[in-house]
Design a protein around this ligand. Structure first.
Ligand code: ARG
Length: 420
């Protein structure tokens, strides 16, 4: 150390216990800060969660905080996302993207608690997680300085290992995984290694949460999910809190190979990247929720909501979680969810989640209007006047702008023989 420690005040570091954020502790101290760590429990599959605080202190942190954010993450990020059926570019359930604004929130929270002057995170300069954490932190407290040691220290992997050894930071003994992984309650993200060539089939070891659909049970599972105002409250009639409910569906759907997503996506930072996601619970819940909306929402509401859903996903992906547009979209979506209550039955089979049935006390699906059998109450004669009026603009247009549209260049000219 260079004797500068603490001169600049405290910095709150987002700490995972891994090599990068561990090396960041002595590095930040050398820059003149006292280091306080903040580790967020967002439901990641870490087996050493209870040792992380201790490791932070051993590595030189002044104080170490561990925040269990799972419930907040579900209620304030995952449920709003589910209500919005949010899928970036139509497929990615945004699992990693939801955890960044909550981590930013937790960093700011601890910074205020500790009267810190800065926050720090271990993101590199290439991803969007740096963008999300920094923009979200700035949105919550524009006065806090944000430091990104890994982006700034310009060390190669070898230099980082040497620096770690010099500063008594424990270095991992196991070989580094070829992948960059990130996971939480809503799913697991995996990039790098063989995945960087989009021609490569994802290797088996890129997956960690789901069964290969080819190895999944030959017998399907059928599960019933009950929603109240857009939020899932029970699975197979058993009422559960969100954290438990998502966990149960991750396990069940994951065992049937549901939730694997392989996507080349458009990154915010300008290039395309390929990532493999495993989001079994998310896929089942979004599939079921969308289905329930088909019987409960009005047509025009569904159409406008679809536009909002796309915007919601883009804002989340691009770091604008805490923004006026996001607040407005969430207010709109919340309003639509007042009627989205009911139960959806989903079949899970070899990688697919397929809706089998749905019901709701608020359904505006009406059997007597839809049926082609006895009990039909639809006024067939009303169709005549409706078609006259609905088609009038088209008729008018054609009379004014006649255009030859009835010719078949490729169809064979089969002479009519019958009756001639
Ligand atoms: N591409 C995703 C996103 O930007 C996931 C990033 C997760 N990070 C990782 N190391 N796999 O939201």
């Amino acid at each position: 150390m260079n004797g500068n420690e603490g001169k600049k005040g405290k910095v709150v570091l987002a700490y995972s216990g891994g090599l990068d954020t561990s090396v960041a502790i002595p590095w930040l101290k050398e820059q003149g800060y006292d280091v306080v760590t903040m580790t967020a429990d967002v439901g990641q599959q870490a087996d050493n969660m209870d040792e992380i605080n201790e490791k932070a202190i051993k590595t030189g942190a002044l104080t170490a905080h561990m925040l269990d954010l799972r419930k907040d993450m579900v209620e304030n990020f995952i449920w709003p996302g589910l209500k919005s059926n949010a899928l970036y570019e139509g497929v990615y359930p945004l699992n990693s993207a939801y955890s960044r604004p909550i981590i930013a929130q937790a960093l700011v929270y601890v910074a205020h608690l500790e009267s810190a002057v800065a926050i720090a995170h271990g993101c590199t300069g290439k991803g969007q997680d740096q963008v999300r954490i920094e923009i979200c932190a700035n949105a919550l407290d524009p006065a806090l300085e944000v430091i990104a040691p890994v982006r700034d220290w310009h060390m190669t992997r070898e230099e980082e290992m040497a620096y770690a050894e010099e500063h008594n930071v424990p270095v991992p003994t196991t070989r580094k995984s070829p992948y960059s992984l990130d996971d939480n309650l809503w799913g697991r993200s995996c990039e790098c290694g063989a995945l960087e060539d989009p021609w490569n089939k994802p290797p088996k070891d890129a997956y960690g949460l789901t069964a290969d659909p080819l190895d999944a049970p030959d017998k399907p599972a059928v599960t019933e999910i009950t929603f109240k105002k857009g939020i899932p409250v029970a699975v197979d009639g058993e009422f559960m809190e969100g954290v438990e409910l998502i966990g149960a569906l991750n396990k069940l759907a994951g065992s049937h190979g549901v939730g694997r997503i392989d996507l080349v996506e458009n990154r915010l930072v300008g290039f395309k990247s390929r990532e493999v996601y495993e989001c079994p619970g998310a896929v089942v819940l979004i599939t079921a929720h969308k289905a329930l909306e088909t019987i409960t929402l009005a047509k025009d509401v569904m159409r406008v909501k679809a536009d909002m859903e796309k915007k919601f996903a883009e804002l989340t992906y691009e770091g604008y979680w805490f923004s006026p547009l996001m607040d407005a979209i969430q207010a709109f979506v919340d309003n639509t969810q007042e009627v989205v209550s009911g139960t959806v039955r989903v079949q899970l089979y070899k990688g697919q989640a397929v809706v089998e049935g749905m019901k709701s006390e608020n359904a505006i699906y009406r059997y007597d209007l839809a049926t082609y059998s006895d009990g039909d109450s639809f006024d067939h004669s009303a169709a005549v006047g409706f078609i006259n009026v609905w088609g009038l603009p088209i008729k008018t247009w054609t009379r004014t702008h006649p255009k030859e549209r009835v010719s078949f260049k490729s169809a064979a000219d089969k002479k009519l023989t019958a009756g001639s």
